[in-house]
Write a protein that binds this ligand. Sequence first.
Ligand code: ZN
Length: 201
Amino acid sequence: MRGRFALLAALGAAALSCLLSAASAQPDEYGAGLEKRSPGVWPDRVYHWYYNGANHPAWLGDDEARAWVQEAARKWEVCGVKMQYEGETDRAPMRMDGRNVVGWRDVLPRGARGITVGPAARGVLVERDIAFSSGREEFHRYPRLLKKVLVHEFGHAIGLTHSSACNDVMTLAADCPRADPATLPLFPTGHDLARCKALYP
Ligand SMILES: [Zn+2]
């Protein structure tokens, strides 16, 4: 287990973390220009998720933060997966408790913008929690960057790994030249969708 995953490994879960920038780039099992095999899918084609709004970015209101997250989730429904919002929860994300919780943390391990974590068994996803980093000044400056990260992590939550194409939603930032925040994709690209539909034919 590589160092950047050590903390998450301590949680007993596989992790997909999305690095800050090329400056912190290092090859990992989900990136480095290779599209790794998916850990699994939701066999009923439904991702049931709960939202915990605690620690959301200070510059976003409660309702707006929730709406942004809900909107990001829905963007994968074109893949044929139901992104079923089940309501709010007080449970914290990244705690393996059998419930998919999506929420915020001020700071994430290794400078990640977002982390999706959870076990899978024999090609079936068991749990996928998402934590977004809320304290980042870059998200305040470039809200589009946060919106892209929201969509990206939901992609992991339904089983996608990182894409090798730098203009995709599922790209690993550390593998690509720094993108202009104004041109970041806010929807799954054709390539993202093709990869998703390969998982959910
Ligand atoms: Zn990622």
